[in-house]
Design a protein around this ligand. Structure first.
Ligand code: BGC
Length: 722
């Protein structure tokens, strides 16, 4: 069903897409008629919350209350109206997907679409109208606490996953809220920090995800970030909100604040903010967009037309999500087998095989007598962590549970703790991270003893949501709790040691790669985490995930840290690395990371050949068709993500060594061959010209690089643009 829907929506490409407002259209007329009937008090009641996640309706005009909910990878459990406690419902356990980085690691836009459908159905079942996601900020620093929720360091990959997610979600009559607009790239001081970046970095790196979400995905709402941008709060930045969002991107939906991120009435109103959420003032009438807005209108500081524009935006979103009396609105469903299958698919396709010496993986469990499973992450459930993206899942399968259920009858499975989570995350401080370096030799000795006697040792390590969390950044990029020592000691006694990393942001692996033969990166896998990783370990699923971010050898290799621009100084941070974010930096500066962007192995092998383009010389309006053949030359069914990068060696401005311009995830049986075509518009080869204040394709030679990661380019072809 999903596939057919996907096809229809992707082909039509226009569902809910932002369109120029046609003033005389039936819906716009209806909006204007409704506005005419409203008092100023009624208008303003639509522009601020009446509780944590609801906005008042106007029953006499048939306008219902508006229900918003987190979050990006599952519909969050019901929160009390007037405080942050959970309501304790028994009907709000939800399907929980792996978070954003895992979605991006699948490099499969169809999975983003499936996720959108499920989230839409579950949101509607819970009678929600707006889902607060996806979170698509650029992964700029390996330390950002929210990297796990975001998608990638690369804007093209972000856009490719975001658009189908939003289209699918909104096809279920639920508005997406793409967040956090803009540059919420660090969590420490997120509510104070002032970000400065070049126009080029803004347009080439930080904006494209939002642009695609709005122009192609048709996102109906946008959430402004907590931080400042060039001196103005994002919720009241005339440049970001009026000039770029409304004028350049043509956004005519609702721009809301993040929770408790409103700072003014007049400035925010004039800049284009529509909806105030989460302000920490008890009396809702005292919020910036409540009585003070009425007062500002009376005093002539905010014209009524500005208020009407905001009300129009709200009503437009309500209309597009069929809230205004449309009987065909999606009713939704919860926790269906299809939903759970989608969560499983997403977790299984996300797993990245980083290393596999001597083909230790997949494990043939029929030939094993005993395995030792080690590590806190073998038994830890993660879905209820991370703060606003936390989910109350219907269930969550841990790796140990899945391994025991699937193979426990034939293989002796020994669990030993190995390392322990050393202190709990305490809200209001990141003290949880300060005491995490202790090496617990007693636990290590136990693990070593058990591993000695087993055919294979599997260490489930990595992080948890004390580190990958909203509000705080990680303090470093190291494996906590003495895991490196644990891994080294276990590997000494059992050469068949596999490390499975559970984490959503970059980690230093130099202490692991030389010690063990096999490493899997399994992310936080959502409710199906254990099943997915077990199926990859056993070869039922052939890993096909690829890293959505670069894994540096050490933190200091990565651009913001190399240049000393994280976290900034005196609450100001300048993104001095400009467009050289992620692999753009590593490749341009010729720095070899631990594992490059786009990297991931398979249990089979693939051959790329026959790369070519349909022409040698192109005009600026043309589309380049990059053709190639791919063959599964190995022993089993599998998928390769073929990545197409571009460079322009000679140009009047600096261009990165590589920029992702296309990719295709190809599934092939052993021996099977496919010839494929990745189209790239010449217009998309442009750079943002700061002098002309626009996109420019500078004529000359361009190189297309075809490969299986940014570090493994197999073929290159030159074209010219005249
Ligand atoms: C987060 C948002 C979230 C909101 C509501 C904020 O703290 O930054 O992403 O949607 O809370 O829970």
């Amino acid at each position: 069903m999903y596939r057919i829907l996907l096809l229809c929506l992707l082909i039509s490409g226009t569902l809910h897409a932002q369109k120029v407002i046609i003033p005389g259209s039936v819906s716009e007329k209806k909006i204007q008629l409704l506005i005419k009937k409203m008092s100023i008090q009624e208008k303003v009641s639509l522009l601020h919350a009446n509780s944590k996640f609801y906005v008042s309706g106007i029953p006499r005009l048939g306008i219902p209350e508006w229900a918003l909910s987190d979050g990006p990878h599952g519909v969050r459990a019901e929160i009390n109206r007037h405080d942050w406690g959970y309501s304790g419902w028994t009907t709000d356990s939800a399907t929980c997907f792996p978070p954003g980085t895992a979605l991006a690691a699948s490099w499969n836009p169809k999975l983003a679409f499936e996720r959108g459908i499920v989230l839409g159905e579950e949101a509607r079942f819970r009678k929600k109208d707006v889902l607060l996601g996806p979170g698509i900020n650029i992964i700029r620093s390996p330390l950002c606490g929210r990297n796990f929720e975001y998608l990638s360091e690369d804007p093209f990959l972000i856009a490719a996953m975001t658009v189908p997610y939003i289209k699918a979600l909104q096809s279920k009559d639920v508005a997406a809220s793409v967040k956090h607009y803009l540059a919420n790239n660090e969590e420490d001081n997120r509510v104070k920090v002032d970000v400065t970046m070049s126009e080029r970095a803004l347009h080439e790196i930080y904006l494209p995800g939002f642009k695609a979400a709005i122009e192609e995905g048709g996102a109906l709402t946008v959430m402004a970030a907590y931080n400042k941008f060039r001196g103005d709060w994002c919720s009241e930045s005339e440049y970001l909100d009026r000039q770029i969002l409304r004028k350049e991107l043509g956004f005519n939906g609702v721009l809301m604040t993040d929770w408790n991120a409103a700072h003014s009435t007049v400035k925010a109103a004039l800049a284009g903010l529509d909806l105030e959420m989460g302000t920490d003032i008890k009396d809702y009438n005292e919020w910036y967009f409540a009585d003070p807005l009425i007062q500002a209108v009376k005093e002539g500081k905010v014209p009524m037309s500005v208020v009407d524009e905001k009300v129009s935006n709200v009503l437009r979103v309500m209309m597009k999500t069929k809230m205004l009396g449309d009987k065909t609105r999606t009713q939704g469903s919860m926790n269906t087998p299809e939903h759970q299958k989608a969560a499983y698919n997403s977790a299984a396709e996300a797993v990245v095989l980083l290393q596999n010496q001597d083909k230790l993986l997949p494990l043939d469990f029929s030939k094993l007598k005993s395995i030792t499973v080690i590590g806190d992450n073998a038994t830890r459930k993660h879905t209820s962590g991370g703060l606003s993206s936390e989910i109350k899942p219907l269930y969550e399968v841990t790796p140990l549970e899945a391994l025991t259920k699937k193979f426990g009858n034939n293989v002796k499975i020994n669990f030993v703790q190995g390392y322990k989570k050393q202190s709990a995350f305490k809200e209001g401080s990141n003290i949880g991270q300060s005491d995490t370096k202790k090496v617990d030799w007693k636990l290590i000795d136990e693990a070593v003893e058990a591993a000695k006697k087993s055919d294979v040792a599997i260490i489930f390590g990595g992080l948890n949501h004390d580190f990958d969390t909203e509000s705080f950044d990680k303090q470093d990029m190291k494996l906590p709790y003495g895991q490196e020592t644990l891994i080294a000691e276990v590997a000494k006694v059992n050469p068949r040691t596999i490390v499975v990393i559970i984490a959503g942001s970059p980690l230093e692996l130099s202490g692991v790669v030389y010690r063990v033969p096999s490493i899997l990166w399994a992310w936080y896998g959502g409710m199906e985490a254990g099943n997915a990783v077990t199926d990859v370990l056993s070869g039922i699923v052939n890993p096909s995930g690829k890293m959505p971010f670069t894994l540096p050898v050490v933190l200091e290799q990565s651009p913001a840290h190399a240049l000393g621009n994280y976290p900034g100084r005196d609450l100001k941070v300048n993104y001095e690395e400009g467009i050289l974010v992620g692999y753009r930096w590593f490749d341009t500066k010729k720095i070899v990371p631990q594992f490059p962007f786009g990297y991931g192995l398979s249990y089979t092998t693939f051959e790329l050949s026959g790369m070519g383009t349909d022409k040698a010389v192109y005009g600026k309006e043309d589309v380049v068709h990059v053709k190639f053949t791919i063959k599964n030359s190995g022993p089993c069914f599998g998928a390769e993500v073929v990545q197409l990068y571009m460079s322009q060696p000679v140009c009047s401005v600096m261009r990165p060594a590589k920029e992702l311009k296309g990719f295709e995830k190809v599934f092939l049986q052993p021996g099977e061959t496919k010839t494929l075509d990745i189209p790239v518009k010449v217009a998309d080869l442009a750079f943002y010209d700061e002098i002309r204040k626009g996109w420019t394709v500078e004529p000359g030679d361009f190189l297309f690089h075809l490969g299986t990661s940014s570090g493994d380019i197999r073929q290159t072809v030159k074209i010219a643009v005249r």
